[in-house]
Write a protein that binds this ligand. Structure first.
Ligand SMILES: Nc1ncnc2c1ncn2[C@@H]1O[C@H](COP(=O)(O)OP(=O)(O)OP(=O)(O)O)[C@@H](O)[C@H]1O
Length: 818
């Protein structure tokens, strides 16, 4: 408790020596320094400063909430925070009982406690805060103010004296947040009303303190707050006085509540009427309950436990209260009886006088209202002594730990040593041994028969802190042990399972292994097939490519899928061929036929065949079909269907020189025309062609062998005769032999053209179509050709010089140098 030097003892229990003088001196020293609060064990003495002191703030509330009790200077906040912690953490209802004389500051203290409880229960997060209108504690405070406005009065001791006792209750949920509240008050008594009204209200006080009759109370007065009706179950004075202050809030429903009981204060004025009697009677009852709950019960317990304890004499409020309310002969019993019978005040006084109680002094009626009640003087003195007795009881080393929590088990838990030395059947010795091991002076403890008593509340809280730390350590140790145990059990179970499995496998290894391998193999095959098909689908050759394209993705698992792969490849190829064929028209088919024929005739026989494959057979290279001159002339005559037309070189048989002319192949004949005028120079009918000769080299020479006789030849000769004029010079292009005999026998045709294979193929097909039998295709390095009157041997020589072929005529030989 950090307080300034010389500020006295914050806890009167620690005063040495403890006497009435030292106790009052301590309060005085503190009061002079504006320290109005002093502990007496776990009770708090507050001295009214009668002026505003800076002792209250929200920050201070938070500080008291954050720190354990007895670590900060004595304060109402500490009392409230401790009570709140018990409600929140231990789920036990608590009540703060505030007693004292009128004007001592009870109502102010109750207000401070209420504010502290409100702040303690307020949720930290702003979003979680209850709307102001629904927050219960502010409503309680407001209701208290309202009650004060109607029920308070200015007296000689207090300008704002309460004329009613009230119990403020705040209910908390399991999180410690306030969820509701009640004010239960014991009636209002205002001294400005007529005499009868005063008596009636004073009677209400009496009824409340005796327990209101059932018919006069609402069904659930605790829920009807604020209520001016007497409660059906008010503080149970005549039921269980020992529990008056402490058990009453615990009856308030299922939720735990924090109650603040603010009752009337003792009053002794110049004129004391029935109302004052009843007010003071209520205060007596409260004091009796507090005394019973603390001094008497504790002293009884000390005696039971056999402590070295010097009994303390204290004023027994119970006797004074019993004089007032016990039985029909008590003061209030007689008053009730006289009131019920309508008896006069004199009759009432006579009845009291007849009782002859040593503590009861009955004065004549004329002095009754002017003098102080004897009873009252006794009660005041008793109240003043109460606190001092209380202090001595605590400081004599007999302060019991809260709820007996410092008994042996609690101390054992706080001890760092796991096992106490003494025998377990002697709990006191065991507790002694345990407590000696703690870092707390042994003077703090007194040992009873079954309990340990602790001198200072601070020690209790230190023990609690030690216990909490010890519990945490024990929990960790228990968790660790449990985990180790669990791991061990798991390991053991795993070992048992593994052993059983191995034994089982050893008994039946083959079928199981085979079955497992089969399952695995099937799963692997399925996965491999799936992978293969997915990859194949993505990597198939493009559709637009020719079926001749041999592209095909490699098979990833040839051992498993080679056959499937081959079958799919064939299937795919057939499918692509089908697509290719479906896209074919008649023209394309003819061209394909020509290409196929060329392949049959020249593949691997003629050196320049490879170059011709990629070259399409266009046929009409000079666009003869579109020529108007052609359509008017020869085209109209019968050679309408042009199969091939191109400018070629015609070889002069005498010298081997080459002359340009237009070679036209129709479906009926091979025509040689003048390239410019399209004048026919020679027409070779298809029927007269019987052989085609070419060299195996890459030259462009084609020899068309023409039959020397036959119907076709004669027809052709006659035709030629009609077309050839006598003006033709012997070596004019298109006429191999000049003169008159030229038309009779003109021999074979020798031409040079870059499209030699195309011309040969087409001529082959034309002859085949015209005659019904194909001409012979002769591919050789040496062959004979009919040069009109003479057979000439054409001999081909591959020199590899590059450029075109050179022709050299030497007698009956013509050498072609390639
Ligand atoms: N802690 C305090 N700080 C400042 N002033 C206080 C304090 N306590 C009490 N007072 C002053 O004392 C006056 C009387 O206090 P209060 O009404 O709380 O007394 P009481 O014990 O409730 O009296 P009664 O029993 O007659 O109602 C208050 O009006 C206030 O002016």
């Amino acid at each position: 408790m950090a307080e300034a030097e010389g500020a006295g003892q914050p806890d009167a229990v620690l005063l040495a020596p403890l006497s009435e003088d030292t106790f009052l001196h301590n309060l005085h020293v503190r009061y002079k320094r504006d320290i109005i609060y002093t502990y007496v064990g776990n009770a708090l003495v507050s001295v009214n400063p009668c002026r505003a002191l800076p002792l209250y703030s929200a920050e201070l509330v938070r500080a008291y909430l954050a720190r354990p009790p007895y670590q900060l200077p004595p304060h109402l906040y500490a009392i409230t925070a401790t009570a709140y912690r018990w409600v929140r953490d231990r789920n036990e209802s608590q009540c703060i009982v505030i007693t004292g004389e009128s004007g001592a500051g009870k109502t102010e203290a109750a207000r401070v406690c209420l504010q502290c409880a409100v702040l303690a229960g307020a949720p930290c997060a702003p979003a979680a805060r209850a709307p102001a209108a629904r927050a219960p504690a502010p409503a309680l405070a407001a209701a208290g103010t309202l009650l004060e406005a109607f029920g308070n009065a200015a007296t000689a001791r207090n300008h704002n004296a309460s004329r009613f006792g009230k119990l403020l209750e705040i209910e908390f949920d399991f999180k410690g947040e306030p969820v509701g509240g009640h004010i239960t008050h014991s009636g209002v008594s205002v001294c400005v009303s007529p005499e009868r009204l005063r008596l009636q209200r004073a009677w209400e006080h009496y009824r409340v303190l005796r327990g209101a009759p059932a018919e006069a109370a609402p069904a659930s007065p605790r829920r009807a707050a604020p209520s001016t009706a007497p409660p059906a179950a008010p503080p149970a004075v005549d039921q269980d006085r020992d529990h008056f202050a402490f058990t009453m809030p615990a009856e308030a429903g299922k939720r735990c509540s924090l109650g603040i009981l603010d009752v009337y204060g003792f009053e002794s004025l110049a004129r004391n009427g029935l109302e004052r009697l009843l007010i003071n009677y209520a205060a007596e009852r409260v004091q009796a309950a507090v005394t019973g709950a603390t001094l008497r019960r504790e002293q009884d317990e000390y005696a039971r436990e056999g402590l070295a304890w010097r009994p303390l004499a204290y004023a027994d409020h119970e006797a004074a209260a019993a004089l007032l309310d016990a039985g029909p002969d008590s003061v209030l019993g007689a008053l009730r009886d006289c009131s019920a019978r309508g008896a006069s005040d004199a009759a009432f006084l006579q009845r009291l006088q007849r009782r002859r109680h040593p503590r009861l002094l009955v004065l004549p009626p004329d002095r009754f209202h002017r003098s102080r009640l004897q009873y009252y003087g006794y009660g005041t003195a008793a109240a003043q002594r109460l606190v001092r007795v209380h202090v001595r009881a605590r400081s004599a080393g007999a302060l019991r730990a809260a709820g007996g929590r410092a008994r042996r088990p609690a101390a054992g838990a706080a001890s760092p040593r796991a096992s106490p030395g003494p025998r377990a059947d002697d709990p006191v010795r065991a507790a002694r041994a345990l407590l000696r091991s703690l870092p707390i002076p042994s003077a703090e403890f007194a040992y009873g028969r079954s309990r340990v008593f602790i001198r200072s509340p601070r020690t209790v809280w230190e023990l609690e802190a030690l216990r909490a730390a010890r519990v945490a350590a024990l929990v960790v140790r228990a968790q660790r042990a449990w985990r180790r145990h669990r791991e061990r059990r798991r390991a053991r179970a795993a070992a048992v399972l593994a052993r059983a499995w191995r034994r089982h496998r050893a008994r039946r290894p083959a079928p199981l292994a085979r079955a497992a391998a089969g399952v695995l193999w099937r799963a692997w095959c399925t996965a491999a097939r799936r992978r293969y098909l997915a990859a194949l689908w993505r990597r198939l050759p493009a559709r637009h490519l020719s079926p001749a394209c041999a592209g095909w993705p490699a098979c990833a698992a040839p051992r498993l899928l080679a056959r499937t792969d081959a079958l799919l490849r064939r299937l795919h190829h057939a499918w692509r061929c089908r697509l290719y064929r479906a896209a074919f028209d008649q023209t394309a088919r003819n061209r394909m036929r020509e290409k196929v024929t060329a392949s049959v005739l020249f593949k691997e026989r003629k050196a320049n065949y490879g170059c011709s494959v990629a070259h399409p057979f266009v046929g009409d290279y000079v666009r003869l079909r579109a020529s108007a001159a052609w359509r008017r002339g020869l085209g109209a005559a019968g050679d309408r269907y042009v199969v091939f037309a191109d400018v070629v070189g015609k070889v002069a048989r005498s010298s081997g020189r080459v002359a340009r002319c237009l070679a036209v192949l129709s479906t009926g004949a091979l025509l040689l025309l003048d390239a410019r005028s399209l004048r026919l120079k020679r027409r070779v009918p298809a029927q007269s062609v019987y052989r085609l000769s070419l060299s195996p080299y890459a030259d462009d020479l084609l020899v068309v062998h023409v039959r020397a006789s036959g119907a076709g030849a004669l027809d052709s000769s006659a035709e030629e005769l009609s077309q050839c004029s006598s003006r033709d010079v012997p070596d004019a292009p298109g006429c191999l032999f000049g003169g008159e005999a030229a038309w009779r026998r003109r021999g074979d045709v020798v031409v040079r053209t870059v499209h030699v294979l195309e011309l040969a193929t087409k001529l082959f097909l034309v002859v085949q179509n015209a005659v019904g039998a194909p001409p012979h295709v002769n591919i050789a390095t040496e062959f004979e050709a009919n040069f009109g009157q003479q057979l000439v041997t054409l001999s081909f020589h591959a020199l590899g010089e590059g450029g075109g072929a050179r022709l050299l005529r030497r007698g009956s030989r013509m050498d072609v140098l390639v």
